[in-house]
Design a protein around this ligand. Structure first.
Ligand code: SF4
Ligand code: SF4
Length: 470
């Protein structure tokens, strides 16, 4: 039975409730009065429940769809301004005991080179990432208790934080590893991770079991209840996501929102981020083999509806998406993107002889090119990591977001970290464009005192000081 407060996966991601939601959405996809009333509700910027959001996703009325996109854009501007936070993935190991049929790291793939970075190699990767200008990483590993145990992950986190190189340092390490025990989540928390990220892949249990035929990940309940264990282990910020293309997108969208509602109901705080990856080609994986692929129009609609349904949750888009797609959906609600990414183990520091990528990157530009492109479109690239380092995580972070005071932190921090980037890493063209942007944007800081402090600090950054934050 559907119960968002239950700790059982089958209850909080309840198949019957999803099916009823999809029927309801289908029956009301052109119900003008209902859709208008949902849009009015969404304008209060408090989010939407999964049933209402599913109706918006299915809406077939062109003028109301335009309004949905407009509202998503307004909410994005109200909550995140023109800022886009930058990050990069760092693959530590591609050993994996699981059998996920959509991922080339699956255990039966005998020809893909398996690698696990040594601590020295991690240092080299981190230096390469720092030399690009990154401050925020997402660590990625396959699941393998023998080749990639939790102690290795913990040691690697320590190594990442310990590297100092010129003006570079990694200030926030997010971690994307397999579902694990409360005890291990506690260890990750103690190691100082930012967000714990785990994609559900699909919320459809029947499909999930088929797509994960072997290995510990086959256990749907263990996987689906992982975020609860992570929170029990003290991790405040969790990142959810599905792999669009595996199952019907309407089903996934509804499941994702139900998961967010569950976390909010039980822990008082919803997911910190939601990622929206679509399945990509890789080694022995052909995306055409999955017949639930979504086109760009649908993708844009999903992004807009997630933005409206969970305004306080950051939304992440990776280099799986092309420059063109990124341009199309950024303004609809994306708050974080990766740039200059490599999706192979050791891909930043080493010249690759063999391809060990998890998926093909669509956006292959350098970080400098991505930063330049963002600035050219009027977005402010941000390398901010302040909240986590100031202890603003979990419900403290959400409370600040909901009070809308977060604005007084995000914009100043974005400008100061962009300034660091421009001085330390940018090409002359990017620096010029970025300096002009900072000069413009600093004047828009609403609080006069904060504006004065930021201006002073920008001068101090110019003179060599680093790492200011609000
Ligand atoms: S998706 Fe993760 S768990 Fe599955 S095969 Fe790939 S690396 Fe392993
Ligand atoms: S101030 Fe906090 S919410 Fe804003 S960009 Fe920085 S880390 Fe993110």
């Amino acid at each position: 039975m559907y119960d968002r407060k239950s700790m059982k996966a089958d209850d909080f991601i309840n198949h019957d409730e999803i099916m009823k939601t999809l029927e309801y959405a289908e029956a009301n996809k052109d119900n003008r009065a209902l859709i208008e009333s949902i849009i009015e509700k969404a304008k209060k910027r408090k989010g939407l429940e999964h049933r209402d959001a599913a109706v918006l996703l299915d809406c077939t009325l062109p003028d109301l769809n335009e309004e949905i996109f407009r509202l998503a854009n307004e909410i994005k501007n109200d909550f995140y301004g023109n800022r886009i936070v930058m990050f990069a993935p760092l693959y530590l190991s591609n050993y994996c005991v699981n059998g996920c049929v959509y991922c080339p790291y699956h255990a039966k793939n005998k020809h893909i080179p398996r690698k696990k970075l040594t601590q020295e190699e991690i240092r080299n990767e981190v230096i390469a990432l720092m030399d690009m200008g990154h401050k925020r990483l997402a660590l990625e590993t396959g699941e393998d208790p023998v080749n990639c145990p939790i102690d290795y992950v913990l040691e690697s986190i320590k190594t990442v934080y310990s590297v100092k190189h010129k003006n570079g340092e990694i200030r926030r390490v997010n971690v994307n590893i397999a579902a694990t025990t409360v005890e291990n989540y506690r260890k990750l928390k103690e190691a100082g991770i930012g967000t714990y990220i785990l994609f559900q892949e699909t919320y459809n249990k029947e499909s999930y079991l088929k797509l994960h035929p072997t290995g510990p990940k086959h256990d749907y309940d263990w996987h689906t209840e992982a975020m609860d264990r992570a929170m029990e282990g003290g991790i405040d910020d969790v990142g959810c996501g599905v792999l669009f293309g595996l199952e019907l997108y309407r089903y996934e969208f509804t499941g994702l929102l139900m998961h967010a509602e569950h976390l909010e109901a039980v822990h008082g705080v919803g997911p910190h981020t939601i990622s929206v990856p679509r399945i990509r080609r890789a080694d022995d994986i052909d995306p055409a083999a999955f017949d639930n692929g979504i086109d760009d129009d649908t993708f844009a609609k999903i992004v807009a509806c997630i933005r409206i349904a969970v305004p306080y949750t950051g939304m992440i888009m990776s280099t799986r998406e092309s420059q063109e797609t990124r341009e199309r959906v950024l303004h609809l609600g994306i708050s974080q993107i990766s740039g200059g990414s490599k999706t192979s183990v050791g891909g930043y520091a080493e010249k690759e002889e063999e391809d060990s990528s998890q998926f093909e990157v669509s956006d292959t530009r350098t970080l400098d090119e991505v930063v330049n492109w963002l600035i050219g479109m009027g977005y402010t690239p941000s390398f901010c990591t302040a909240c986590y380092r100031e202890g603003r995580t979990g419900d403290r972070f959400m409370a600040l977001c909901k009070s809308e005071q977060i604005h007084n932190c995000c914009l100043p921090n974005a400008l100061m970290t962009l300034k660091e980037y421009l001085i330390d890493y940018a090409s002359p063209e990017t620096r010029k464009a970025g300096e002009e942007m900072i000069a413009r944007e600093v004047e828009t800081i609403p609080n006069e005192n904060a504006k004065r402090i930021v201006k002073e600090r920008l001068v101090r950054i110019e003179n060599g000081e680093r790492d200011f934050r609000f």
